[in-house]
Design a protein around this ligand. Structure first.
Ligand code: SF4
Length: 97
């Protein structure tokens, strides 16, 4: 085992950021989802709740996520983006109720 865990489309490193190649793939997937979602941004409540979860997450380093390599202030603002570890699922369910 080389310290990577595959989670769907994302390669997750235990302590380091993904490779540049993997980060480009992750960025491309987020961009594709953003386009498919008609470029919608998160509303302020969703953005704040997502970013709060990220700030408390063990994957959060200097405003970035070490699972996907993304800058979380930006990724959380994209409505269609997803947490690679599915930690935002409860937020989205709460807002739909
Ligand atoms: S996107 Fe998910 S895994 Fe990454 S820092 Fe945020 S909550 Fe943690």
């Amino acid at each position: 085992m080389n310290g990577k865990i595959s989670r769907g489309c994302h390669k997750v490193h235990q302590s380091n950021f993904p490779t540049y190649f993997q980060m480009i793939k992750n960025l491309a997937m987020t961009t594709k989802d953003f386009v498919k979602d008609d470029f919608r941004l998160s509303d302020m409540t969703l953005w704040e709740e997502r970013y709060t979860v990220c700030k408390r997450c063990e994957q959060f380093r200097n405003s970035r996520c070490i699972s996907c390599g993304c800058f979380m202030k930006i990724k959380t603002a994209i409505n269609a983006s997803k947490c690679p570890l599915d930690k935002w699922n409860d937020i989205q369910l709460t807002l739909k109720d």
